[in-house]
Design a protein around this ligand. Structure first.
Ligand SMILES: CC(C)(COP(=O)(O)OP(=O)(O)OC[C@H]1O[C@@H](n2cnc3c(N)ncnc32)[C@H](O)[C@@H]1OP(=O)(O)O)[C@@H](O)C(=O)NCCC(=O)NCCS
Length: 252
């Protein structure tokens, strides 16, 4: 209609992986008062047509949501032809001070044959050793070199057994106030022996003592059932928020 004012009521954003037929849906959102009228479905459909014209064959989606109850995002994505979203990463977040109330942080002894040290102590030879192990004793998801630029090397830890690298706890500075306890890995040989917990406890103590960060995030891959069980049991606190990074995909 002539003279009518057009007001945006929704947004859908995607990013194409350079040189590939894969795109990531970064955001899709419709103004609350305008929902359930088919706008979201049309918006995503239009974006996907653009993507297809550019050779995209796969759209990946990741979104963070409280574990329960569902906001409808999953139902919406399934309606739009995506696979049923599955939990990818379990996320706990809250004030760093909560950590002080966790009983595990100061009762995790480490036998003398083990040593924990800052990530900055990693030698070139150890680096090569880990590199060679990726895909063998190091599952690719747990490689410390995936996003190495974002690692905080002072607060991240390497675990050695009789001088050989057997694990790590990677910590990132998310922003000025927020620390992220991101990747914890222990060699299969030493899993289920409390070594991972010792790593988390040490990283937690360091962050608590420094008092630099006020807020913390813990990440655990959802298929890491042992660790997820531990976190569910030990991180629970009324001020801790538990969320899930859901993942889904659509292929053309
Ligand atoms: C998800 C969102 C974009 C949907 O937008 P919308 O315009 O309401 O979606 P549509 O009206 O096109 O809904 C299409 C279908 O999706 C499903 N759906 C959408 N919202 C739903 C909800 N809250 N509960 C259950 N099903 C839902 C329904 O099957 C719906 O069809 P129907 O209304 O005929 O039953 C909107 O709710 C939103 O902005 N949410 C916040 C951001 C978000 O969660 N984004 C998705 C994660 S990437």
């Amino acid at each position: 209609m002539e003279g009518a004012v057009r007001v945006p009521v929704g947004l859908a954003v995607a990013r194409q992986e350079e040189g590939s037929a894969v795109a990531h849906l970064l955001s899709v959102s419709v103004k609350e008062s305008e929902r359930r009228q088919g706008i979201g479905r049309r918006l995503l459909g239009t974006l996907e047509s653009f993507l297809r014209e550019r050779g995209i064959r796969t759209v990946l989606v990741e979104y963070l949501e409280q574990a329960e109850p569902s906001s409808g995002a999953a139902a919406y994505l399934v309606d739009c032809g995506y696979e049923t979203p599955k939990p990818g990463i379990l996320v706990w977040s809250g004030p760093v001070e909560i950590i002080r109330s966790y009983s595990f942080i100061d009762r995790v002894p480490l036998p003398d044959s083990f040593e924990m040290a800052a990530w900055t102590t990693l030698t070139q030879a150890e680096r090569m050793f880990i590199h060679k192990g990726v895909g063998d004793w190091v599952p690719p998801n747990f490689s410390p070199f995936e996003d190495e630029d974002s690692i905080d090397p002072e607060r991240s830890l390497v675990l050695r057994h009789r001088g050989e690298v057997v694990g790590w706890m990677l910590v990132e500075s998310f922003d000025e106030q927020t620390v992220l306890f991101k990747t914890m890995f222990v060699h299969r040989r030493f899993q289920r022996t409390g070594r991972g917990i010792a790593l988390i406890a040490q990283a937690c103590r360091r962050v608590l003592n420094e008092q630099r960060y006020t807020h913390g995030y813990f990440f655990v891959e959802a298929d890491n059932q042992d660790m997820a069980r531990f976190m569910n049991r030990h991180l629970d606190h009324p001020d801790m928020i538990r969320e899930v990074l859901w993942r889904t995909v659509k292929k053309y």
